[in-house]
Design a protein around this ligand. Sequence first.
Ligand SMILES: Cc1ncc(COP(=O)(O)O)c(C=O)c1O
Length: 424
Amino acid sequence: MSDSGRRLALDGGTPVRREPLLPGWPGGLLIGDAEKAQVLEVLESQSLYRHYGPRPRRKTAELEQGFARVIGARHALAVTSGTGALIVGLAALGVGPGDEVVVPAYTWVATVNAVVTLGAVPVFVDIDESLTMDPTVLEAAITPATVAIVPVHMRGAGADLAAILAVAERHGLAVLEDAAQAVGGHYRGRRLGTFGKIGCFSLQYHKTITTGEGGMVVSDDTALYERAVRYHDQGSVRVEELDELIPEGSPLLIGVNYRMSELTAAVGVAQLGKMDWIIGQMRAHKARAVRGIRGTAGLTIRPLPDPEGDTGATLIFSVPTPEAATRFAQALTAENVRASVPWTSGQHVYYHFDQLIERRFLSRRHCAWECPHYQGKATLRKGQFPRTDEILRRAVHIDLHPLLAESDVDDIVTAVDKVATAIL
Ligand SMILES: Cc1ncc(COP(=O)(O)O)c(C=O)c1O
């Protein structure tokens, strides 16, 4: 490498790449003829609503059946977003005011907002180096008010489900998996989202496959599925499949509206057909990148509970200090290998959930928000989870797009090596 090639682009050297890498929108950048044909079919039918229209195409039902089949769940319900999926799933489990729900301190804020929206209290626990819920601290977070545990499969990879399920079983608690960021991923040979009582997925634009906005709820439990159907559709059951499954006079439930539009579902049907190809590509890119950077002094590649199940959406490694991580990500981005340290930005970490910080959670253990007699300690503070902070501040993330060429992946390796040599 020439001198200017060795000098970091951040310091005026020549960048490893001329153009930035493709951003982390796997399904989004693959939208093409299949999606167009599906959407056109719905438009031409003038039947944009799942339950009726002049010539219904039943795309929402088709997406649900296809998703259930691919994921390996008995039932799937399409909803308007991943957040909607979480709210519907938690409501189906009966989560409500005064209940506590255990969530990891690192997740997209939607996981927490869903809990709070139902009047329940999020109880945070640390993550470990896998960047998912640390099962060894779970037990300490459980109280008589706990009703559910929500492991979140972050950045394409599953949490340590075996250990989490064991704790849940010991305490008789429901597990709801937030698989929004790992749609199509596996754990020990089975798809994520099929281990808990309920699995929730997002089809938002940054996810494995996308409908722009959208979400899915899956369950093997017909009674829970029925409750999810009711909650997402004003308390009613208008899914034909359920007619034969539910007993006469099953309990009523008040619901709202999280129904998916036929246009959204049409895109989903086409995208679902691409999911495993997308994952295969991303996994191949990640394997190549990991082979290239493994052994680089000072880097530790994110350890995963089940590396075989990773969707490959993100390459993550940690470096010795937060300062080095920040500079590493800036230097990589200047080399046109976009990288970030997500601890610092956005609402992915409890530390930045400002709307929840120091609030008084509604809880059976304590008083409600704003309760004058509040004496407890169930508030959320910045710095409350130093281990989570420390892990995340040192973690550098790079999104891997399925359409990368091998030469793009080799550029990632070259850039990581160049930056590591310069700054570690
Ligand atoms: C972990 C996690 N949970 C839930 C969601 C919510 O999904 P959506 O944006 O579709 O509402 C997201 C994604 O945005 C997410 O990353």
